[in-house]
Design a protein around this ligand. Structure first.
Ligand SMILES: Nc1ncnc2c1ncn2[C@@H]1O[C@H](COP(=O)(O)OP(=O)(O)OP(=O)(O)O)[C@@H](O)[C@H]1O
Ligand SMILES: [Mg+2]
Length: 345
């Protein structure tokens, strides 16, 4: 038995003339929670639709549990889908919404009762089984739609931005619950989001997409700390990204933005270097800039500094005294916190 739940091989997905995904290769392991991350239009939903069988690939192969399902219809793939809109039946109770798919499959009544009760229990809704969807909060409706998919015991559960309709607090709560649920059931999940914080918090592995192509995959820590390209770095919050425009001597180089340059007293062979705001040192260092903005953010202050190489974002511990707008500060872009990048794949 292989431990691959879903295998996408040379998958080309197109809408008429529009090729949304040119050639995708991705293996998802059993029990894994994979987050598909990327900007709007990068092909996340298209990829999910193809796995679910709602879209026929132009070419390539989709395997589920080792079986080629490329030509198998959606309802025979054992794939569950949860979308951003809950799509609950408004005229059915919570219980009946969850039971719906099982009734379609002509499951015996006693088994339905048992499975629905277990499903509702899993998402913490047992006490609200008789309520109609309109009598439930957004988070409860979302959990109901999860339970409805879970009782079908899918081999793979696909979740397309399932939390995006929820307010910030509920979203955080549901995020944790989803993760717990995934650990409890061991179900393979593919979770789509364009929110990097959500992907980092939830996933075993992140697949970052750009224009239908996988830009980088890795654990949340990998991606957060070691993005490889300018796009990936930008996506995971390296707010200061510069082009290395040339090594000037054996131990120095010039980095450049669209608006100017800075000389640094070390060298890099990378095409670009990036610093997180917390990787920039303020208050000492070889460079000078003018504070253009400062925002208090609880445990830190967020500075925008105008420098010879344009605006730099720097975060400083809030226990340090504040520098005022208009003041000149010295700063450093340390070699130790510089992330080397490639321009593109
Ligand atoms: N029905 C369609 N007909 C034609 N083109 C489409 C269709 N659906 C999507 N596309 C195109 O395919 C590409 C990928 O779309 P997709 O919906 O997969 O993006 P996404 O990553 O899910 O974006 P979002 O974060 O906005 O949901 C986009 O360029 C989009 O315009
Ligand atoms: Mg989408």
């Amino acid at each position: 038995m292989s431990d691959t739940a879903v295998s996408l091989q040379n998958l080309t997905l197109a809408y008429g003339e529009t090729v949304a995904v040119p050639s995708l290769n991705l293996d998802i392991h059993k029990g894994e929670l994979v987050a598909l991350l990327g900007p709007s239009g990068c092909g996340k939903t298209t990829t999910m639709r193809a796995i679910a069988g709602l879209m026929t690939p132009r070419s390539g192969t989709i395997m589920i549990d080792g079986v080629d399902v490329t030509k198998v219809s959606a309802n025979k793939r054992g794939v569950g889908l949860v979308f951003q809109s809950y799509a609950l039946f408004p005229h059915l109770s919570g219980f009946e919404n969850v039971a719906f798919g099982l009734r379609l499959k002509r499951t015996p009544a006693a088994v339905i009762t048992q499975k629905v009760e277990a499903g509702l229990e899993l998402v913490g809704l047992s006490h609200l089984a008789e309520r109609m969807p309109a009598e439930l909060s957004g988070g409860q409706q979302q959990r109901l739609s999860l339970a409805r998919s879970l009782v079908m015991e899918p081999k793979v559960l696909l979740l397309d931005e399932p939390l995006s309709n929820l307010d910030a607090r509920l979203r955080l709560e549901m995020r944790t619950e989803l993760q717990t649920l995934q650990r409890q059931t061991g179900i393979t999940m593919v979770f789509v989001t364009h929110d990097q914080a959500e992907a980092l918090a939830l996933a075993d592995r992140i697949v970052l997409m750009k224009d239908g192509v996988i830009e980088q995959t890795g654990t949340p820590e990998d991606l957060y700390n070691r993005p490889n390209t300018v796009f990936a770095a930008d996506f995971v919050g390296f707010e200061n990204i510069f082009k290395v425009s040339g090594n000037t001597a054996s131990n120095s180089m010039v980095i450049a933005s669209d608006t100017g340059e800075l000389n640094l007293n070390y060298r890099s062979d990378a095409s670009h270097l990036a610093w997180r705001p917390e990787g920039v040192i303020i208050g000492s260092g070889p460079h000078a800039g003018v504070v253009a903005g400062v925002a208090f953010a609880g445990n830190k202050r967020e500075y925008v500094i105008t420098t010879d190489a344009g605006k730099i974002r720097a975060d400083v511990d809030a226990s340090e005294s504040a520098v005022q707008i208009g003041e000149t500060v010295s700063f450093e872009l340390p070699e130790s916190s510089a992330r080397p990048l490639r321009e593109a794949l």
